[in-house]
Ligand binder design. Structure first.
Ligand code: ADP
Length: 256
């Protein structure tokens, strides 16, 4: 069964903005899937529709077979979301942040305890367990966000621009954790506008622009199909800014 199955999803906001114009997307279980597109492409709207934070105007989406609108509770229980903004409760310590989240998903105390120990270890947070989130470094806050998203053992993890605005060192560190989570069997949907991030982490990438998925494939497939040497150039072509391309192959070179 696919982790995510989206058919004809549309979202028009009350303001009249058509944020999603018919999205079709399947993400197989186990995939590390990238949704790559510029600001305003509709990435957050798509995630909000999946999480029940926005109601689709048309179309369907299901997570491991559970419709995100008609079976929202079940669908939601299968997903962990690490949001773009650091929305931790500043007055809770790390351990309680995880514990409350587990409680919210009806995990039993004994199970929560076990899971917390595991996550603190996995994300190198054990010696920070009693620290209030307010006093953590930026890198640790991001790790807590990831750990919290995973607390209820979701099979599907959504990472919304997880490295927006973070420095190189932290980005690489987060990449390492994300890879480990995926290797351990969690399906990941990563939204990003960083081309390198999608290329480094994702086995498949969907290019999204103006509320539509323009094309899906591996980085190599996308380069081949757009006859470009780099994913950056593919991206520029898709968003209509090819004049910015740093390398463009001519037809003859590609066909060799
Ligand atoms: P991305 O996450 O790719 O940057 P968004 O989904 O945030 O894109 O935005 C897609 C479009 O929808 C943009 O034109 C944006 O201004 C608009 N939009 C996003 N959220 C809302 C909202 N709550 N109300 C009205 N328009 C919105």
């Amino acid at each position: 069964m696919d982790a995510l199955d989206i058919v004809g999803l549309e979202k028009t906001y009350d303001s009249g903005t058509k944020a999603l114009r018919g999205i079709d997307l399947k993400i197989p279980e186990g995939s590390f899937f990238g949704l790559l597109g510029p600001n305003g492409a509709g990435k957050s709207t798509l995630i909000h529709c999946l999480m029940g934070l926005a109601i689709p105007t048309k179309g369907q989406a299901s997570i491991f077979g559970h419709d995100v609108v008609t079976d929202a509770r079940q669908a939601r229980s299968k997903v962990g979301l690490a949001p773009q903004e650091v929305n931790l409760d500043w007055f809770l310590n790390v351990e309680d942040t995880l514990d409350f989240h587990g409680g919210y998903f009806s995990m039993r105390k004994k199970d929560r305890k076990k899971r917390i120990e595991q996550l603190l270890k996995d994300f190198s947070l054990t010696d920070k367990r009693k620290d209030r989130t307010m006093f953590l470094s930026g890198g640790m806050k991001r790790r807590v966000l990831l750990a919290r998203a995973l607390m209820h053992r979701p099979k599907f993890l959504i990472l919304d621009e997880p490295t927006a605005g973070v420095d190189v060192e932290l980005r690489l560190q987060l990449w390492k954790y994300m890879r480990e989570v995926n290797k351990a069997g969690t399906t990941i949907l990563l939204t990003t506008h960083y081309i390198e991030e999608a290329e480094q982490l994702c086995d498949n990438i969907a290019l999204i622009n103006k509320g539509k998925i323009i094309r899906t494939g591996t980085s190599d497939e996308l380069k081949k199909s757009y006859k470009q040497k780099t994913l950056e150039d593919v991206y520029l072509k898709v968003v209509g800014r090819s004049e910015l391309a740093r390398t463009t192959l001519d037809q003859s070179e590609v066909s060799k």
